[in-house]
Design a protein around this ligand. Structure first.
Ligand code: G
Ligand code: G
Ligand code: NA
Ligand code: MN
Length: 255
């Protein structure tokens, strides 16, 4: 209850949340292709809280719609700043929670934020989880179609972990599959996870989707992925999630 009140207050006053950005790399060109925005809450007494400590609460209480709107506004504002600085090929990804997809005004919110920030739609990517799709297929399909019509990109996060049939992939206009970290973790020692990863890579290629691996921590994992045709990589091996200043410092000077 106390944390719920704090969350409510923080959303009202609104300077306790921070977005970290984790770069995504293309190993072929050795360049950054985008960043994923990951929220943290600088709680006045509990310190810096990771999403797992407050996103579920925000979802239960309905506060997620306001929080999610802030994430979209801030990530698009930041990306537009980088765009103006010349990073026109990067996209920013924001995570959408299933609750946000139930909001009827999601489309108009995204549209308003793109208009207000002036960020080109193709520089915004929305990450959805697979489980969201099975629960409300019709509505989700029309939402995704409307988002695509705005020009934003869609990726399926944690791909392979949901309890979803693959059938939806042929109907849903998604751009990218993100191979979940749990498959990547022991990819070089567990034959099953290696097989699943390769199957996802092949599936993406046959459906002409992009595929990115997340949670990549070692050179061996990078080599495995590259060898098997997955060239987009996100993970601690290249970079942890960092603050905007650190991102500019570390990366924009070289790209
Ligand atoms: O680094 P990490 O602890 O940031 O993220 C943990 C989980 O929290 C991931 O599943 C990520 O998708 C989720 N997450 C991070 N930022 C956001 C956000 O802004 N909105 C939602 N809904 N989930 C987020
Ligand atoms: O569910 P989602 O894919 O959005 O979660 C991203 C989460 O994974 C964030 O908590 C992020 O900090 C974390 N993360 C990103 N790269 C790595 C990595 O290489 N290793 C580990 N352990 N976590 C990672
Ligand atoms: Na994500
Ligand atoms: Mn994920």
């Amino acid at each position: 209850i106390r944390l719920e009140n704090d969350l409510y207050k923080a959303l009202d006053q609104g300077n306790e949340f921070t977005l970290y950005y984790q770069p995504k790399f293309d190993v072929r060109s050795n360049t950054i292709i985008g960043v994923e925005a990951l929220i943290r809450w600088q709680h006045p007494s509990l310190g810096l809280l990771p999403p797992k400590d407050f996103i579920p609460l925000a979802e239960e209480t309905g506060l997620i719609s306001k929080l999610g709107e802030w994430v979209l506004e801030e990530s698009c504002r930041q990306m537009k700043e980088w765009y103006v600085d010349g990073l026109t090929n990067l996209s920013v990804s924001a995570n959408l929670s299933p609750q946000q997809f139930k909001q009827n005004d999601l489309i108009s919110i995204v549209k308003r934020i793109l208009d207000e920030t002036g960020l080109p739609p193709q520089n915004l990517e929305l990450e959805l989880t697979e489980n969201l799709i099975i629960h409300n297929t019709e509505k989700t399909l029309s939402m995704i179609q409307a988002l695509k019509k705005l020009g934003v990109k869609i990726s399926i996060d944690d791909f392979g972990t949901g309890f979803s049939s693959l059938g939806y992939l042929k109907d849903f206009p998604v751009d990218t599959l993100k191979i979940d970290k749990t498959f990547i973790d022991d990819i070089t020692i567990n034959d099953n996870n290696a097989a699943i990863t390769n199957t996802i890579i092949t599936l993406a290629r046959s459906l002409q989707l992009n595929v990115i691996a997340e949670g990549v921590e070692t050179k061996e994992q990078v080599d495995f992925l590259e060898h098997n045709g997955c060239y987009l990589i996100q993970g601690f091996y290249f970079s942890r999630p960092v603050l905007p200043d650190q991102f500019v410092e570390k990366y924009t000077k070289i790209s």
